[in-house]
Design a protein around this ligand. Sequence first.
Ligand code: AMP
Length: 209
Amino acid sequence: MTDSARSARFLIVGPQGSGKGTQGVLVAEAFGVPQVSTGDIFRANISGGTELGTIVKAIIEAGDLVPDELTSALVRDRLAEPDADCGFLLDGYPRNRGQVDDLEAFLGSRGESLDAVIELDVPREESISRISRRAVEQGRTDDTEEVIANRLAIYERETAPILDVYRAQGVVVRIDGVGSLAEVTARIFEALAARGIEPCEAVADGAVA
Ligand code: AMP
């Protein structure tokens, strides 16, 4: 495998119900990079009954944030795995300013930075109606009205402001998140292509085992 000048380091940001999980998986697949979702990692630990799962269970059930130290250490370990060498798609991390600083310090120490921060723009009412619909369809008892409201409030208060940091770096790609799944996916791919972001060479060449 040759050292590639290209990289595909992404972060996808949007409120719960914005479709960021689904879109994130599609982007990660297209660019041949791992999708790293802190929410998925925590949920896997809870269902697996691990020590980490025991620590974070009550926090997650309340819709609160797991402490930064714990979350950032988890992400650093994951991003240090070889499959994330040329890129990754982060979903759900960083979620506040402290985590942005942690991530910047980690990437900076490796001479890396994010190539694009995909902001999925979905109005509040649309997010709420999507989450409520999903809660009914999937019988998700964790998505009570109170927990949903708490998560959205945290998003607006702590997560949305992190976009200012990335706007200053000129890496934010704002996408209209209202529309069909395919429409939104097409908008994302078009915007990334317009920025000249392409899969890492090794992946594009099919050189990765
Ligand atoms: P998500 O699936 O991204 O909505 O995450 C589900 C829950 O996991 C959140 O409501 C938080 O309790 C926790 N969580 C996920 N990512 C983070 C993070 N970056 N920092 C703190 N807590 C997180």
